[in-house]
Design a protein around this ligand. Structure first.
Ligand code: PLP
Length: 454
């Protein structure tokens, strides 16, 4: 059976009045089709990756049915002997990857990790300095009126960094000026958030951390996207450049599973631990914690080679897209130094339409707000850009030659107006040779193999 975009897009919602048995079977049928579809697609969502079979094995272990509230050795329940063993190993691996004195691997996601930092180092009503969304910020940094976590959940007022759209980076002088102005008025913010979701170039941590800390701010670097590049020695090293804490997701450029963590120095450990438990978790999804330990071991062994290839692939994809006629952002800085590529697609249509057209060709990307969109009245359904990430295709073993093929397929679909079904055949042919997860100890099971336990 050939899974296709048509199967994904046109899927019928479950009919009311179905028997429980039919609903049950329907769930497994959809899961199976999804696996088939991703096995013959180009997954280019920048926040996603594919885990190794080893990570998947840890995820189905009995750890997922247990509670281990508290800290290893100080648990609230019995039965945690082996859980403690794994969690101690997990935190040690995390500290080693990021050269941090302290790691809390319990946050169940990047958003929860950020919320732990907000809770530990600020109070509702305080202000936070963060990138706006078109400037790369994440909704967890966002304002109350946008239902952002910082504003809506923790009651922070969010002030945005001035942003330079040519450099696609935070404006250092503008930021200093803005902070001086805030100090004269309402007072300096309590937290400064660096890092983001649309994240092409290292943020000016070295240039700003000292100034922000002298102004009374806790400086957190949100490495949700780039944690795997940091661990692999590419991109930047925020804890050495002056950030107090580093929050991360464990599944974007890192090797999965979905989850979060907070890293930092000993001085911040107690505040973070209390915020994570009992503040923000009861169960910390122990199977995910075990899978994080497995992924961190893989990153310690293979992460440097992987990160080098990711960054090289992103640059190659950006250059090839530009040569094919796309307007790739960040040209002044060489397009990208991360796993991401951002493309302004307004010359062709808009980000929403391009996303949908590419999906029909089995090329999975996301539409993206880019600088200038809000001023022009464009919103998140039909923004000006798309964002691409090469972490997953790199994990599948693709190199620069394949990046040029991806750019060519995208050019055929978006600029050439070629029938998506024909482009889809090209995508399937390209994917045929890339069915296993690389950069891991045990990669026998195909990457998107559907595992049946029933
Ligand atoms: C994805 C992302 C998050 C949220 O991470 P989850 O693990 O999805 O909760 C936080 N911050 C940034 C900058 C992100 O891009």
């Amino acid at each position: 059976m050939k899974a296709s975009a048509a199967a994904g897009r046109g899927a019928r919602p479950a009919a009311a009045g179905r028997t429980a048995r039919a609903s049950y079977a329907g769930v497994f049928a959809a899961l199976k089709k999804h696996h088939g579809w991703f096995g013959e697609s180009l997954p280019l969502i920048a926040s996603e990756n594919v885990p190794s079979p080893a990570v998947r094995e840890a995820l189905i272990s009995d750890f997922g049915n247990r509670y281990a509230e508290g800290w290893p050795g100080e648990r609230v329940y019995a039965g945690c002997a082996y859980i403690d063993e794994v969690e101690v190993e997990c935190a040690a691996l995390a500290r080693r990857l990021f050269r941090a004195r302290f790691a809390d691997v319990r946050p169940v996601s990047g958003v929860v990790a950020n919320l732990a930092v907000y809770s530990a180092f600020s109070s509702p009503g305080d202000a936070m300095l963060a990138p706006s969304i078109p400037a790369g910020g994440h909704i967890s940094h966002g304002r109350r009126e946008h239902a952002g976590t910082a504003g809506l959940v923790h009651g922070l007022d969010v002030e945005f960094y001035p942003f330079d759209p040519e450099a696609m980076n935070i404006d250092v002088d503008g930021t200093k000026k803005k902070v001086r102005g805030l100090k004269r008025g309402r007072g300096a913010p309590k937290i400064a958030m660096l890092g983001g979701s649309l994240f092409l170039f290292p943020h000016p941590v070295k240039e700003l951390a000292g100034f922000l800390k002298d102004s009374g701010m806790h400086v957190n670097y949100d490495g949700a996207h780039v944690a795997g590049l940091i661990a692999g020695g590419q991109f930047q090293d925020p804890l050495r450049e002056g950030a107090d804490t580093l929050t991360a997701s464990t599944h974007k450029t890192l090797f999965g599973p979905q989850g979060g963590m907070v890293l930092g120095g000993k001085a911040h450990a107690e505040g973070i631990k209390r915020a994570v438990f009992p503040g923000l978790t009861s169960s910390h999804h122990i199977h995910h914690m075990a899978a994080k330990a497995v992924a961190f071991a893989e990153a310690a062994e293979f992460g440097a080679a992987y990160a080098r290839q990711v960054v090289g692939n992103a640059r190659a994809l950006a250059e090839a897209l530009s040569a094919a006629g796309f307007r790739v952002l960040g040209e002044a800085g060489g397009f990208t130094r991360s796993h991401q590529v951002a493309v302004d697609v307004l010359a062709h249509s808009d980000g929403g339409r391009v996303e949908a057209d590419l999906e029909k060709a089995n090329i999975i990307v996301n539409r993206q707000l880019i600088p200038g969109d809000i001023r022009a009245g464009r919103h998140y359904m039909h923004p000006g850009g798309i964002r691409l990430g090469v972490a997953e295709v790199t994990r599948l073993g693709m190199k620069k030659g394949e990046m040029r093929e991806i750019a060519s397929l995208m050019g055929q679909a978006v600029i050439g107006g070629r029938d998506p079904a024909r482009v889809r055949s090209g995508v399937r042919a390209l994917r045929k040779g890339f069915q296993k997860v690389r950069y891991c100890f045990d990669g026998r099971l195909p990457a998107y193999e559907y595992v049946r336990l029933r």
